[in-house]
Design a protein around this ligand. Structure first.
Ligand code: PLP
Length: 435
């Protein structure tokens, strides 16, 4: 790739100088693979960035995008409409948990989170609960990088460069079990969710608008919730008139193996769901926020006029809607919302084959999302980064967060790909930790 000048692109969440000294350039992608600069297939163990759930290069999505661009490249959705978002909202409602009736469109997970938080605040206001302005996030939570999401997020490095952030925010403790090497949900530990009662008594329930959590922590290191945790959060929020928001940007669209959303499969439904990523298979940027009918209808009880002073130029963009409708056709035709459930055991077998090896301090996961946590070597994150780079060079694209290796392959993953991922990481970690 000698002809590529790397200088001008300021890369996100990247050590730019380190990367540009030894770049990793993806030059193509198909099915379960991305293609490296030498034209070789590299197994995509991360579905891009937790988003390419259907695998790469789906012709139906490409055709829908091209046809739509030629037919209707853009139309506004402020005081105007076009068919795409109406059709897509209806389709999404059909795969959402019962009771979810309306969908607001955004362009990313970060925008979905900020939109969800704004809807929660505005809802409390239209219900005459205007004193409810506090938002509760969680330590280790990742909710994107806009100001709302950064404020409720709980990863120190993502917060510390940006000043005081939003006022009126509090955080639950990270629900990280003391048990290690647990497949699926860790054992119950009432402490984590009961902390919400403490926060409620500290601030007063009538000051709190919403609590937001990822059903399974993703970017913070892949932590499935302890048994009973989401149930207890639901109980406490309901008792105090607080909305429960799930950030399903990663867990949505079949990732957890229990249907389209963790909200349906985990048996505890929230009031608002933020989503993005898999909605278009990552092909076109798009996000969405789904709400329960009571929330939507509370806004409609106001006198006629604009009910929510919020939206984006590209809310319900025709091309994104076409990509999402094509993606939903594939999810349904290939029964992919159930696929992570069918592959979970093979995937977890692969991950747990690393349990007990030198340098591996934890393995965890649920559905088709999992993590191998490594013992630090030198600076924080160095061990993880070394393993990630070595694996890329050996033919697997994973992801690293601190010293934790994360895995979330496309839902079409087969045993042969899992075998290849295991083989490469065995090689890499054997070298790194002197097995
Ligand atoms: N929320 C969660 C749980 C995420 O994992 C992410 C991205 O990884 C986001 C929000 C932000 O999404 P985006 O990067 O599309 O803004």
């Amino acid at each position: 790739m000698t002809e590529l000048n790397l200088d001008a692109f300021w890369m996100p969440f990247t050590a730019n100088r380190v990367f540009k000294a030894a770049p990793r350039i993806v030059t193509g992608a198909h099915d379960m693979y991305v293609v490296n600069e030498r034209g070789e297939d590299v197994v995509d163990a991360m579905a891009g960035l937790w988003c390419v759930n259907l695998g790469h290069g789906r012709p139906e999505i490409a055709d829908a995008v091209r046809d739509t661009l030629l037919h209707l490249d853009y139309a506004p959705t402020f005081q105007m409409g076009h068919p795409g978002p109406f059709r897509l909202a209806e389709r999404l409602v059909s795969v959402l948990p019962d009771g979810f009736s309306h969908v607001f469109f955004t362009n990313s997970g970060s925008e979905s989170v900020d939109t969800a938080l704004k809807i929660a605040l505005a809802y409390q206001q239209v219900c005459g609960e205007g004193s409810r302005t506090r938002l509760i996030g969680r330590e280790k939570g990742y909710h994107g990088t806009n100001f709302g999401g950064t404020s409720v997020g709980g990863i120190m490095r993502n917060r510390q460069q940006f000043g005081p952030l939003l006022p009126g925010i509090d955080h639950l403790p990270a629900a990280v079990s003391r048990e290690r090497f647990v497949r699926g949900f860790p054992p119950a530990d009432p402490f984590f969710a009961d902390e919400l009662e403490r926060i409620v008594s500290l601030h007063g329930p009538r000051t709190i608008a919403a609590v937001i959590v990822e059903p399974v922590v993703g970017s913070g290191g892949v932590y499935p919730p302890p048994l009973g945790y989401l149930e207890r959060l639901r109980e406490i929020t309901q008792a105090h008139g607080i909305l429960l928001v799930y950030d399903e940007v990663i867990t949505g669209f079949g990732r957890t193996g229990t249907g389209a959303f963790a909200a349906s499969g985990f048996g505890v439904a929230p009031d608002i769901i933020a989503m993005a990523k898999g909605i278009t298979n990552g092909a076109i940027p798009m996000g969405a926020v789904a709400v329960r009918r009571e929330i939507h209808d509370a806004f409609m009880a106001e006198p006629d006029g604009i009910e929510l002073f919020h939206g984006y130029t590209y809310s319900g963009h025709p091309v994104a809607c076409a990509a999402a409708l094509a993606a939903l056709d594939i999810y349904e035709r290939e029964d992919l919302f159930a696929r992570a459930g069918r592959m979970e055991s093979a995937f977890q077998d692969m991950l747990f084959s690393f349990a007990g090896k030198p340098g591996v301090v934890d393995v965890r996961g649920v559905g088709l999302m999992g993590a191998i946590e490594l013992a630090p070597q030198g600076a924080a994150g160095a061990a993880g980064m070394n393993a990630f780079v070595a694996a890329w060079n050996a033919g697997v694209m994973g992801r690293v967060t601190g010293d934790t290796l994360a895995f979330s392959p496309p839902l079409i993953v087969e045993q042969q790909h899992l075998d290849r991922i295991r083989e490469v990481f065995e090689e890499v970690l054997a070298e790194q930790y002197d097995w």
